[in-house]
Design a protein around this ligand. Structure first.
Ligand SMILES: [Zn+2]
Length: 263
């Protein structure tokens, strides 16, 4: 079988957002009210982060030096100020910090999360992650991988329900995140987190261990724009996950794609 392997392959309709599209999104579409709804699930004051153009190499000229930097946004009065930063930086990605800090900025816990990405799925066409990396396609993914990663998210959620009761699933733009808000999960030690990550992997789930173990504390901000694929990061109910279609679902289509996105 001959398969054309471009450097960067994505499902139908997914593509990098331009700077102007990022501007439109953060000025007109980014919903502070929805983000606030998510923050209400969290504990304490949240730090945000932005990456301008690490993967897309699309960045405002004045931020050329910082295009690959993770910019931490922790000095802000309200979410309107966070929105102003995002409108200024026009990032390809926006995150929040899962760490919970005390008044003296010391870490006192961390939200537990599981990250399922399509590139970790072994695809009948594109192969394993190692195959993809070898072709420098580590960030690309296809519709088969998207479907398989969704199936993993459903199954992982069911698996985690044996231990946890307060969870949210988020479509991350590429794959899915499962956030755990059970109070005891915040208190897990790094060792306990590593054990949980290992067990979940042993059960066949292709998670990014670094996220669950806590080494990567940032996670994509719900309701932000995923600039690599032009999709809005949105929470999804577990009951609708099986039929959720991020290629067409209006909740995750930014307005700048227009009506052509769903045809
Ligand atoms: Zn594939």
């Amino acid at each position: 079988m001959l398969v054309y392997m471009s450097k960067y392959y994505l499902p139908r309709g997914m593509r990098n957002a331009t700077l102007e599209e990022r501007r439109q999104f953060y000025m007109q579409e980014f919903s502070i009210a929805k983000v606030q709804g998510w923050l209400d699930l969290l504990k304490g004051k949240v730090k945000f982060a932005a990456v301008i153009g690490r993967h897309t190499k699309i960045y405002p000229e004045k931020y050329r030096e910082d295009t690959g930097t993770t910019i931490i946004i922790d000095e802000y009065k309200g979410l309107d100020e966070v929105q102003a930063y995002l409108t200024e930086f026009l990032p390809e990605a926006a995150y929040y910090d899962r760490n919970v800090y005390d008044e003296n900025d010391r870490k006192k816990g961390q939200e537990l999360a599981f990250d399922l990405d399509p590139e970790n799925i072994t695809c009948p066409i594109h192969g394993t992650l190692a195959d993809k990396m070898q072709r420098h396609q580590g960030l690309g993914f296809c519709e088969i991988e998207l479907d398989l990663v969704k199936e993993q998210a459903v199954n992982l959620c069911e698996h985690l329900e044996e231990q946890f009761s307060n969870m949210e699933i988020v479509y991350s733009g590429r794959g899915f995140h499962i956030h755990v808000f059970d109070p005891e999960a915040y208190a897990f030690s790094p060792k306990e987190r590593r054990q949980i990550a290992r067990k979940v992997k042993e059960n066949g789930f292709k998670i990014d261990e670094w996220v669950t173990a806590g080494g990567m504390r940032l996670i994509r901000l719900p309701y932000s724009l995923h600039g690599l694929v032009s999709r809005v990061v949105v929470p999804v109910e577990k009951s609708e996950l099986e039929t959720f279609d991020p290629i067409h679902d209006k909740r995750c289509l930014p307005r700048f794609l227009g009506s052509s996105a769903t045809s």
